[in-house]
Design a protein around this ligand. Structure first.
Ligand SMILES: Nc1ncnc2c1ncn2[C@@H]1O[C@H](COP(=O)(O)OP(=O)(O)OP(=O)(O)O)[C@@H](O)[C@H]1O
Length: 303
């Protein structure tokens, strides 16, 4: 479990993280979202003990990360995929880390197989593509078989096959009971990966809740229907208290009345329905709405 308690981080006059509190629980993939410059990397660095909070506390499994001996066995992290010596092979890089963290060397081959790099393991990392470097970074995070995993923009530079692979991997790691925390500035990356969300803007908490609740609270779900008697049905829907807008030929977008009640209303009035679809709120839309103020503010500051 990761616990951020009223954490603040200032760099001179710049407040990168501002009185931030949230908890990341095991058994879930939690997405950490915010526009560029929101403070995500700073928060991850505080979780890893690379930066000390100016105020507040950040703990992993109840204690500051630095307190853990042999860190890789407690927390695995991918912060910057380029942060590997290019002259070394993948195997040499992982073997050195295994030795310094007291991890059995057989784990090196295991994690290379897990991330699909076995065939290139003896080649210099300098020749790896960004996607391959990301895979090596994920292998590094997995090396110590840790209960807590952090990934900063892990999908960056991956091809569609890689993205699918990584999504399955994250879900599998969470299903094993681990704490999986992923940062991104793109909501679309989280839509099919995370089940919990922590959203920040300007270093402050904007939301911390399940993905489904996040989607539902920011935009009201609407129903789209199609009928040859659309005008007649529109009048009945308005009378029943719904808001109705035309949508294409013979189509209506309805807010304020669920699909089952619309179906009953149509049936009772002998109105033919050709389509009746609940349109779930777009996550992207909810995210943009929630973070709009912080983005505008930052743009106004001409960062
Ligand atoms: N070492 C530092 N010195 C001064 N300012 C910093 C430092 N590190 C980060 N900042 C500032 O703190 C703010 C938060 O940065 P951070 O990198 O944590 O954001 P982020 O959410 O990870 O952004 P991105 O999505 O662009 O990576 C930014 O305004 C950044 O310029």
């Amino acid at each position: 479990m990761i616990e951020v308690n009223s954490a603040t981080k200032r760099y001179g006059s710049k407040t990168a993280v501002d009185n931030l509190s949230f908890t990341v629980r095991p058994g879930h993939v939690t997405g950490f979202l915010g526009p560029n410059g929101a403070g995500k990397t700073t928060t991850l660095r505080m979780i890893l003990g690379l930066d000390a909070p100016t105020a507040g506390t950040v703990t992993v499994s109840g204690v500051p990360f630095r307190t853990h001996r042999r860190g890789l066995r407690h927390v695995g992290a991918l912060l910057d995929a380029h942060h590997v010596h290019g002259g070394r092979s993948g195997t040499a890089h992982l073997s050195a880390l295994a030795r310094s963290n007291g991890i059995p060397l057989r784990r090196v081959d295991e994690v290379l197989r897990e991330v699909g790099l076995t065939d290139v393991a003896r080649r210099r990392v300098g020749g790896y593509s960004l996607g391959m470097k990301q895979r090596l970074g994920i292998a590094t995070a997995l090396l110590g078989d840790p209960p807590v995993l952090l990934f900063d923009e892990p999908i960056n530079g991956m091809d569609p096959e890689g993205v699918l692979w990584v999504r399955h991997l994250f879900r599998r790691l969470a299903a094993q009971g681990r704490t999986v925390f992923l940062s991104s500035h793109l909501m679309t990356e989280m839509e099919n990966t995370a089940d919990e969300l922590v959203v920040i803007g300007q270093g402050r908490l904007l939301a911390a809740e399940p993905l489904a609740r996040f989607a539902a609270r920011s935009t009201r779900p609407s129903v789209v229907l199609r009928s040859p008697q659309a005008d007649e049905l529109a009048a009945l829907l308005v009378a029943a208290g719904a808001r109705v807008e035309p949508e294409g030929v013979g189509g209506l977008a309805v807010t304020g009345l669920p699909a089952n009640q619309i179906g009953i209303l149509a049936f009772d009035n002998k109105i033919v329905l050709q389509e009746l679809t609940t349109r779930s709120a777009s996550l992207e839309e909810a995210f943009m709405k929630l973070t709009a103020d912080s983005v505008e503010y930052l743009a106004g500051q001409q960062r």
